[in-house]
Design a protein around this ligand. Structure first.
Ligand SMILES: Cc1cc2nc3c(=O)[nH]c(=O)nc-3n(C[C@H](O)[C@H](O)[C@H](O)COP(=O)(O)OP(=O)(O)OC[C@H]3O[C@@H](n4cnc5c(N)ncnc54)[C@H](O)[C@@H]3O)c2cc1C
Length: 309
């Protein structure tokens, strides 16, 4: 495995933003990953594990350590179980399930990125989370460089979170998904419906990193707010307030700073209109946090992950 120097990173992300990595490598196996981590340890470098780069904002200055792009991608189907490597794209997992008439992954159609990245952030859509169908996860413990296993319970999955997000020294290597036998045509129909929904409701013609903020699980009880924003009662009953709604209501839908803009189609997306800098995106994030705090007394939690800041 080659460790390259000064590699431009923006094309490894869906945002198309960011500087260069001082060191960069593509790990095609656990052994490659162990070699890369050993290199980082020897040189006293920080490391960053990169999946599909679809939930990521990289600093304009880049990253002074080693970026390890995971590219181990094997998969195996055994009855209703699918074992997949962390570097496999989520869309390949969706299609593998479909081809084998297994239901439970159709909600993920159209979500870019890798299986490892989806487990790290407990990816979710249309009311289903990746953790719903996970049986176990194999991971590398960076401290000991040993491969370990965690059953679903031990992964501490919560809203857009997992043990792998809380502890950056645990790198997802592979996972086993337990799915249900289903009707192939029905699964195909669901997959297409979800893709069509995204085409209609997400700004897919622009570069982005998906939802910028996690939806808020707080209930609003302030009478003035409930009177001014009647939709909040509905969100209270659902248990989560969409961040896109909050951003729209504070008047930031369509707001542009430099080349970055809150999408007019879905306000929880910041799109790169062509020449956005990471600094532009950060300014928009800061502005939304300030305004939403002032109007709704809600602290927005940033979902997109940062590298090099
Ligand atoms: C158009 C669009 C639509 C989207 N829609 C959705 C959606 O509906 N639902 C949703 O949840 N997300 C959505 N996203 C966000 C994103 O696609 C998901 O969060 C995805 O799961 C991220 O995976 P990734 O491989 O790209 O991770 P990356 O962006 O590469 O990395 C994200 C974080 O995960 C860590 N990571 C990656 N791989 C591993 C690993 N193997 N072990 C440990 N840590 C790892 C990285 O270090 C980083 O901190 C969308 C994004 C876009 C651009």
């Amino acid at each position: 495995m080659e460790i390259q120097e000064n590699v431009e990173l923006k094309d490894y992300t869906t945002f198309k933003i960011g500087g260069s990595a001082k060191y960069f490598c593509i790990a095609k196996s656990t052994e490659d990953l162990q070699i890369a981590l050993h290199f980082a340890k020897e040189k006293k470098l920080k490391f960053f594990v990169l999946g599909g780069g679809s939930n990521l904002l990289i600093s304009d200055k880049g990253f002074g350590g080693l970026v390890i792009k995971l590219k181990f991608e094997s998969c195996k189907v055994n009855k209703n179980k699918i074992s997949v490597d962390a570097g496999l794209s989520l869309s390949k997992l969706v299609h593998l399930a479909l081809d084998n008439s297994l239901s439970g992954m159709d909600w993920a159609s159209g979500i870019p990125g890798s299986v490892g990245g989806a487990i790290y952030g407990n990816a979710q859509a249309f009311g289903t989370k990746i953790s719903d169908n996970i049986k176990e996860v194999e991971y590398l413990d960076v401290k000991s460089l040993k491969v370990k296993k965690a059953f679903k319970k031990q992964c501490a999955f919560t809203l857009k979170n997992s043990i792998f997000k809380k502890n950056k020294d645990l790198i997802v290597l592979s996972a086993i998904f337990e799915l249900k036998k289903g009707n192939k045509e029905e699964i195909r129909k669901n997959v297409l419906e979800h893709i069509n929904y995204r085409k209609k409701n997400h700004p897919i013609s622009f570069a982005s990193a998906g939802s910028v903020f996690v939806n808020t699980e707080k209930k609003i009880t302030n009478k003035n707010l409930l009177a001014k924003f009647p939709e909040l009662k509905y969100f209270n009953s659902k248990g989560a307030i969409p961040s896109g709604y909050l951003i729209e209501r504070v008047g930031l839908s369509g707001k542009q700073i430099g080349g970055a803009k809150f999408s007019d189609i879905h306000a929880n997306f910041i799109v790169n209109t062509g020449s956005a800098k990471a600094e532009d995106v950060l300014k928009l994030i800061k502005l939304a946090k300030q305004k939403v705090k002032k109007v709704f007394n809600i602290n927005l939690e940033t979902e997109i992950q940062l590298m090099g800041f």
